[in-house]
Design a protein around this ligand. Structure first.
Ligand code: CA
Ligand code: CA
Length: 174
């Protein structure tokens, strides 16, 4: 049986992480398989590396069609790390082994300190960062880019302030 299963090569995942503005999502991409009887791919996710994968989606796709080799997961929680693998399956319902694993950790734009709230403390952290007082790093820095333009500056503090005072609400985080 294992021989049949290995007939399909594992889909090779190339992570292309895409942070949709004020939303928690990640887009995964991979190379197309070329087997003539390929039917599509299955996406799996776990909160631990190497095991515990659960199917979260199925993508019907003809062989060598690269346009469908993409999957968006918009059900991720901030500060939670998710591990993804994919398989290919064919018309006989034979499924390949797992692809390589990629991981992604979501952030909630505006919740710089990751305490679940977007408030004046976060705005203060952004302002401190902009004047180089307490430079942010890692996920905190990612979450500080409130407007999603790739930079952390006073515009993000302004954006967050507008959310706090209720004049321009940010999208809810999951
Ligand atoms: Ca916060
Ligand atoms: Ca920004």
């Amino acid at each position: 049986m294992a021989t049949f299963l290995s007939r399909l090569r594992a889909a090779f995942l190339l992570p292309v992480f895409c942070c949709l503005l004020q939303a928690q999502s990640v887009q995964l991409q991979w190379d197309a398989n070329s087997e003539a009887d390929l039917l599509g791919y299955r996406m799996y996710r776990s909160t631990q590396s190497g095991f515990g994968y659960q199917a979260i989606g199925e993508i019907t796709c003809p062989p060598e069609d690269t346009s469908c080799c993409t999957f968006t997961d918009d059900t991720i929680l901030p500060r939670e790390t998710y591990y993804y693998v994919a398989t290919a399956y064919d018309s006989e319902e034979l499924e390949s082994g797992f692809s390589n694993e990629v991981n992604y950790t979501g952030v909630c734009p505006g919740d710089v300190n990751g305490d679940g709230n977007r408030d004046i403390l976060d705005a203060g952290l952004i302002l401190n960062h902009t004047v180089n007082l307490f430079p942010l790093t890692g996920l905190d820095l990612e979450a500080a880019d409130v407007n999603g333009d790739g930079a952390v500056n006073v515009l993000d503090a302004q954006h967050l302030k507008n959310h706090i005072v209720g004049t321009d609400l940010l999208d809810a985080c999951n």
